[in-house]
Design a protein around this ligand. Sequence first.
Ligand code: ATP
Ligand code: MG
Length: 328
Amino acid sequence: MRIFSGIQPTGQKHLGNYIGAIRQFVDGQDRGDPSIYCIVDLHAITVPWDAATLRASVYDTTAILIAAGLDPERCILFRQSDVREHSELTWYLSALTAHGDLNRMTQFKEKSAKQRELVSAGLFFYPVLQAADVLAYKTDEVPVGEDQRQHIELTREIARRFNERFGEILVEPELRVPEVGARIMDLQEPTNKMSTTGGTEAGTVLVLDDPKTVAKKVRSAVTDSGSEVRRADDKEGVSNLIAIMAVARGISEEEVEREFEGSGYGDFKGAVADAVVGLLDPVRERYEGLRPDEAAIEGALSAGAEKARAIASDTLAEVRAAIGVGPG
Ligand code: ATP
Ligand code: MG
């Protein structure tokens, strides 16, 4: 069972990333053979970026992942741009990707609408690079948040098309989204997902926020004019907090509803704030110990890249031979 997933080094990672993705990465660490996690700096340059900040953000994100429980000895943790095979495979796969399929991607529609100066072709091409990330490792399972479902479907479609034409070389990966918390919403705008690049500042809890800030953001979460702590389609804010509480406490959403039956929103939000602080604070503390040692982080990333390259280069050799590129 091969597990692969990626995470962007843009800005700081948030509670949605932690619950939807990072928590699953840690769980997958011992199920995967191997489990492979990639800091996707090539994806980050599809929207405006600053070179020095990008390099530093890769260290930030790597330190967050290690602080959250990834062990570079037990998984393959690396920086995407270190393994050039991803870029090469992107081009080969582009020849089998329908332009019309890329046109349907909702992430492109949403992100391109937010760009002020340039909608890059890279932003449009993002899902092909993502398909290459996953397919280069013959991945069986991709742990991600709900927002990545459409991209993984496209990845499967590209793999199918490749295999129909050139033989069973690539693997159609399965999506793995968590049962609870696959789509954590912005606390201030609970109809939008919590996001690194979109979203409101007050509604986005960062993994590295200090406990006071975390508590303040959770206590100020938008709820509704009612008073019942229960999930419902027209209670997006409260439903979101119930999911967050369930994950932070390691209990079911039903149990959260039972526990807070009859409580007001104020008490409930206070309890969620405490639970989220309890979840994130140990991660922040470990991060602070790890982040200053950039040489150690770089060492872990380059060791990871070597292991990743060993797998990806085998796939690339098969792909090149099959499609007729290069000498036979
Ligand atoms: P951006 O908005 O720039 O795409 P992001 O917040 O989605 O950034 P990514 O690095 O693209 O961050 O996503 C990393 C992982 O976190 C992906 O698996 C994604 O599905 C998951 N994820 C992102 N946002 C959420 C969310 N609000 N709830 C649950 N999972 C999420
Ligand atoms: Mg994203």
